[in-house]
Design a protein around this ligand. Structure first.
Ligand SMILES: [Zn+2]
Ligand SMILES: [Zn+2]
Length: 349
């Protein structure tokens, strides 16, 4: 089979590798959809910058895999051949405290914690070897491209929104309208938010947020953003803010454009932020949350809700490529002039 590797100089290397054979508790997936994440670009594609959980160990790329089981090893207890599945993208040891909570993202085992597409082979290949315990059932109502986005982006957003609480009572600010920001808009809508304000710098993304009705107002990033958000919210600011940008200015805007008693969650990775604790959060009784990926059980809950809400994450996919053209997929994602970019197989292409 063919697998795509990221040597770290903004190119993709294609290699012929043997189709893996599932061992005990493992399954072989025929890949159907594998989406590209901002973190692939940030930590791997241009240069190998990541360390620890974000260290890339020269494996097949792609940590947002979704496919169909074509072979199952001995000892599988729930899933079997023919099942459509999402892969929770971090395979943990399964027995540390964090794994037992379902947060394999935070697995503390240095030896056994391995993320797909980072430390073990990921989804940018014809087939993927996965552990059964990492699988989430993909219901018939959702496509594989829907599922691939749950594997990382939508799951991460859902977790963050559950932490701060979203409802029709609240105006929401989203800083950064890349795939994670767009997913935030889509989920906030279904959770009842009726005033969603987005901020970005890329015209394509701003237009997409409005065209898909994921934001009610979109502002070009600039020094007036806090005043603009206040103007749009009766002078008070939003009750909830979600940073999906990791940009220093945008993070400060998210904090300052949130009103008294408001909640802010940071999802965007990397970078820094500077703010003044007393005026910016303490005196206004605000809370800032950090949120990293999600748990396996919350991912299952999200999948159930996506069906109930008739929400299809694949609507955010603006470009699909076959595996042979995966290099173009990464180039496009690195340019930022797109929504979500997917590598698709068979019926998903
Ligand atoms: Zn990701
Ligand atoms: Zn663990």
């Amino acid at each position: 089979m063919i697998g795509a590797y990221l040597p770290g100089n903004s190119t993709v290397e294609m290699k012929e590798v043997p189709v893996p054979v599932p061992g005990h508790g493992e399954v072989l997936l025929r890949m159907k959809a594998s989406t590209i994440c901002g973190s692939d670009i940030r930590c791997i594609y241009h240069e190998h910058l990541g360390k620890g959980p974000e260290g890339y160990q020269g494996v097949v790329a792609g940590h947002e895999p979704c496919g169909q089981i074509v072979k199952s090893g001995p000892g599988c207890r729930r899933f079997g051949v023919g099942d459509r599945v999402i892969v929770y993208h971090i395979s943990g040891c399964g027995v540390c405290n964090d794994c037992r909570r379902g947060y394999m993202i935070s697995c503390t085992s240095e030896r056994y914690r391995r993320a797909y597409g980072w430390q073990r082979d990921g989804g940018m290949a014809d087939f993927l070897l996965a552990e059964e315990k990492d699988l989430i059932h993909l219901p018939a109502e959702l496509s594989y491209a829907d599922g691939a986005q749950v594997a990382c982006g939508f799951g991460t957003v859902y977790e963050g929104l559950e932490k701060i609480g979203i409802s029709g009572n609240y105006a929401v600010l989203i800083t950064g309208l890349g795939p994670v920001g767009l997913a935030t808009g889509a989920l906030c809508r279904k959770l009842g938010a009726e005033k969603i304000i987005g901020i970005d710098v890329v015209p394509e993304r701003m237009k997409l947020a409005l065209d898909l009705k994921l934001c009610d107002e979109v502002l070009a990033s600039g020094p007036e953003n806090v005043a603009e958000v206040r103007r749009l919210t009766g002078g008070h600011g939003v009750e909830r803010a979600v940073d999906c940008s990791a940009n220093e200015q945008a993070r400060a805007t998210a904090i300052r454009a949130t009103r008294k008693w408001g909640r802010i969650v940071f999802l965007g990775e990397g970078g820094r932020v500077e703010f003044n604790p007393s005026p910016d959060i303490i005196h206004d009784q605000k809370t800032i949350y950090g949120s990293w990926v999600t748990s396996t059980w919350l991912m299952e809950e999200l999948v159930e809700r996506l069906v109930r809400w008739n929400l299809h994450p694949a609507d955010l996919v603006t470009h699909r490529f076959p595996l042979e053209r995966v290099d173009q997929a990464y180039t496009l994602m690195a340019s930022g002039k797109c929504g979500k970019v997917a590598v698709c197989f068979d019926e998903e292409l």
